[in-house]
Ligand binder design. Sequence first.
Ligand code: ATP
Length: 203
Amino acid sequence: MTKTKAAVVGITGGIGSGKTAATDRFASHGIDVIDADLMSREVVKPGKPALTAIAEKFGADQILLADGSLNRRALRDIIFTDNNKKLWLESLLHPLIRDEIIQRLRASKPPYCLLVSPLLLETDQHKLCERVLLIDAPESLQLSRTQQRDQTSETAVKAIMTNQLSREKRLAAADDIIINDSDLAALYAAVDLQHQKYLEQFS
Ligand code: ATP
């Protein structure tokens, strides 16, 4: 029998591990990709209730740009130094982002779709997934690839890595793992293989 609902595979991995490169390859096979980062921007667009709540809490003059959109950098700076404000913001936004994600997942084509989220394992978003796929790369490669991509310093990338979930925790949460320690052709071959497995598993 043909399934009508798409199974959900969540993608995780540290900075510069190759999540985007892997996701693009899955997408080239026609797999729908739901990007939680886009959803997190969607819920704070002008006119959305969350933006009104944020402006009331922190002051419109502090966190709105001249065109009425959210000044994300200003908001980041405010919550970076105040954990209570960070928690307030998360309790406002995470359920909204989750609802938005669920709507998109429901509209995705079977047999499976991908959920890409920087907070897949840090929030309960992973509970929306049948499988969690980890894109894993040695730290030295995460560093060099990110530095090259973003034209940034080793110190800046290391600071982000320190704040991210540890490799051990990601490995413990993963159902499937692709090791991205060679060239892009090897990554694509590994993705193609995994795609075939998911097709068999979810069809
Ligand atoms: P972030 O968490 O920062 O969004 P990411 O996990 O999405 O990162 P990518 O952007 O896919 O990582 O990869 C980081 C950089 O490394 C990109 O420039 C990408 O093209 C490159 N890259 C990824 N995998 C390989 C590989 N196997 N060989 C060479 N370059 C690679």
